[in-house]
Design a protein around this ligand. Structure first.
Ligand code: BES
Ligand code: MN
Ligand code: MN
Length: 457
């Protein structure tokens, strides 16, 4: 195995260069005019997989539920030699919007290295995940004859950050070609730069639009303020009633779990998150359970009168986008009923309430699920790639709805959720970055894992 580790090390400069080229393509799947960039990025990913030695590579275009075209996904396949398992490698090539350009230290779509980290939108989430797959295949495929190695399926989605609207159609149409015994989802976090994680659970997600109306038209706030309720205030009161005084979600009946007690102190968590001095953490239960196994709600956007348009009026309507994270084991429809019922019973002033589901994704509960030999192989590969560090088996608060969707079509598969992020990555935020140490670890671990599953390590 030292030889394989060396081979991966030799492939890192190319991985880095190809990653930079991918980061330069602004494939923001939620932008209305993203089609050209997503086409380009899918084509680049397809070329990378062909160059790595995958023969069967194609760009798939499935349809969303409303009939509109989904973003291009890349599917590549290598048939399994007789008796060998098939491994499905998943990542996504789309990214989140960069947010305010002026806030970035260096431009979001121009990769730049500082202190062992590569900065730019998608450097980690999830273009490094794509490169981990490509690099592992580059290290192994040239040495494998047709009857050697494992079967490989690579699925690189182009709309994960938009809730994968055409994934159901893709799975219905091409599901049989995704058949695999092991699934590697390289899209999660690590305990630290020096300690890899295997993600054993993920939260689900329920995105709701919450609209409130109190008036037929805006009114002068002097003439009517104090008598007539305005929609912005009604929405503010309604949203505030989602939490109790400790900042714990007040919605009753949602699944709330405990989390394994791994050593992370409040000081470390505060530092990782950049919480300001004097600001309290919210919620109840162990620190890690609050993000791994308990529900939460965040107001991620509001439509209310912008400051520049303020005209001393009572607003007639206002709305917010609520992002509700769901604990592993939570049914999404049940959660929607419970949150909606809570909103209906706490709406102030008899305001007219409208709640609409914008999107959702199921949680993943994979603690100790799967083939023991495969899980042991993953542990060995990650430990070896990180020079003997113990793998953290941990839940994550983020959501990868694809995992549950894939398990529907591959019910017997063992899912390994790995990742290229670390607590400093700031995925989706300003100054997103990838640790180059983690990139090396992720590429090495995946090559080692595939070699072991092929019986070669
Ligand atoms: N890679 C993230 C999810 C993630 C990050 C899971 C770190 C665990 C650890 C993924 O790209 C993501 O951002 N998912 C979205 C959900 C999606 C439906 C928009 C999320 O969690 O907000
Ligand atoms: Mn991701
Ligand atoms: Mn993401």
């Amino acid at each position: 195995m030292p030889a394989l580790r060396e081979r991966v090390r030799g492939l890192l400069p190319a991985a880095r260069a190809d990653l930079e080229a991918l980061v330069r393509i602004p494939g923001v799947s939620s932008w209305p005019d993203a089609a050209a960039a997503l086409d380009e990025s899918a084509a680049v990913v397809a070329d990378l997989l062909r160059g790595a030695g995958m023969r069967e590579v194609e760009v798939l275009r499935a349809r969303c539920a409303d009939g509109s075209p989904g973003a291009p996904a890349v599917l590549a396949r290598r048939p399994a030699p007789a008796g060998a398992p098939t491994v499905l490698l998943y990542a996504h090539h789309d990214v989140q919007p960069p947010g305010p350009a002026a806030a970035w230290t260096s431009p979001a779509f121009e990769p730049a290295e500082r202190d062992g980290r590569l900065y730019g939108r998608g450097t980690a989430d999830d273009k490094a995940g794509v490169m981990a797959h490509v690099t592992a295949l580059r290290a192994l495929l040239p040495a494998w004859g047709p009857q050697e190695g494992v079967g490989v399926v690579v699925l690189v989605e182009g709309e994960e950050e938009s809730g994968s609207p055409s994934l159901p159609d893709l799975l219905a149409t091409h599901g049989d070609r995704l058949a695999a015994d092991v699934v590697v989802v390289a899209d999660s976090d690590n305990w630290s730069v020096d300690r890899p994680s295997l993600t054993t659970s993920l939260r689900g997600l329920l995105e709701l639009e919450v609209g409130v109306r109190t008036l037929d038209h805006p009114l002068h706030s002097g003439l009517y303020g104090g008598l007539v309720p305005d929609a912005t205030t009604a929405l503010t009161v309604l949203l505030a009633r989602l939490w109790d005084d400790e900042g714990d979600l007040a919605v009753e009946g949602l699944v709330r779990g405990e989390a394994a007690d791994l050593p992370r102190t409040e000081e470390e968590l505060r530092a990782d998150a950049g919480v300001l001095e004097g600001v309290a953490l919210v919620g109840r239960g162990s620190l890690l359970a609050r993000t791994w196994s308990r529900p939460s709600a965040t107001v991620v956007a509001t439509d209310a009168t912008p400051m520049a348009d303020a005209s001393n009026t009572l607003a007639a309507s206002a709305r917010a986008k609520l992002s509700v994270r769901l604990a592993p084991g939570q049914d999404v429809d049940e959660a929607e009923r419970l949150v909606t019922a809570h909103l209906e019973t706490t709406t102030p002033f008899g305001a007219h309430l409208e709640v609409r589901r914008l999107g959702s994704g199921r949680p993943f509960d994979g603690a100790s699920a799967g083939d023991a030999a495969v899980l042991a192989a993953a542990d060995w590969a990650l430990t070896t790639a990180w020079d003997g560090a113990t793998v953290a088996h941990q839940g994550m608060g983020g959501s990868i709805p694809v995992v549950a969707e894939l398990l529907d079509v591959l019910p017997g598969a063992t899912v390994l959720v790995t990742g290229v992020e670390d607590p400093d990555t700031r995925a989706h935020g300003v100054d997103e970055s990838l640790s180059l140490r983690v990139l090396e670890g992720a590429c090495t671990a995946e090559a080692l894992l595939l070699a072991r599953l092929a019986g070669q390590a």
